[in-house]
Design a protein around this ligand. Structure first.
Ligand SMILES: Cc1cc2nc3c(=O)[nH]c(=O)nc-3n(C[C@H](O)[C@H](O)[C@H](O)COP(=O)(O)O)c2cc1C
Length: 173
């Protein structure tokens, strides 16, 4: 007698439609950053971004993709320096704030100018202060490449993660 068919509770989807693409990309688990700079008036600007990627060690380069329609896009593509603040679990409210329109992002988030000027968020897991290196066009995003001038991190903190559209945290045990 034939074995009963295995129960498949998993979902396997294929397609080239935007929803499937977004959901498939969301299967790539990431950390969460807030990318900051000063605009032409010296005011702090920043947005939540998980498109952060290391690019090169020599020279030390990293990138983040910023939506062309983001209000922060102009400042981030023109700034001489920017900072990538890597978030820890307790900074989830800041992540939400910096991803939401009409929030007093910097008024509600402790920060101070970094060594090279861009805003550094207090209690971040890591901070990369960068000099602007290049801006490439990538469809509906700008690919902002920075040369790392200063990197710092606190190895005692746990990272804030993002996976399938939800915030997550590591389970160590
Ligand atoms: C977890 C997470 C990751 C995000 N990653 C990016 C990103 O990499 N690039 C981007 O342009 N927007 C990203 N966003 C969306 C922006 O944070 C959001 O659109 C924000 O409101 C933009 O702010 P602005 O329009 O004031 O610049 C992300 C949002 C969340 C919640």
């Amino acid at each position: 007698m034939a074995e009963p068919a295995a129960q498949h509770t998993s979902e396997y989807r294929t397609g080239s439609d935007p929803r499937t693409l977004r959901d498939a990309l969301g299967c790539f688990a990431t950390g969460v950053t807030i990318v900051t700079c000063l605009d032409g008036d010296g005011s702090p600007v920043g947005l939540t971004a998980n498109s952060f990627t290391s690019v090169s060690l020599d020279p030390p380069l990293l990138l983040v993709c910023v939506a062309r329609r983001a209000a922060s896009a102009g400042a981030l593509t023109q700034a001489s320096h920017f900072a990538v603040n890597v978030l820890q679990t307790h900074q989830q409210p800041a992540s939400i704030r910096f991803a939401t329109k009409d929030q007093d992002r910097f008024g509600a988030t402790p920060w101070s100018p970094g060594e090279y000027g861009p805003p550094v968020l207090r209690d971040s897991l890591g901070v990369f202060e960068c000099a602007a290196h290049a801006v490439h066009e990538g469809g509906d995003h700008h690919i902002v490449v920075g040369e790392v001038l200063r990197a710092s991190f606190d190895s005692t903190l746990d990272p804030l993660l993002y996976f399938r559209g939800r915030y997550r945290r590591l389970h160590f045990d």
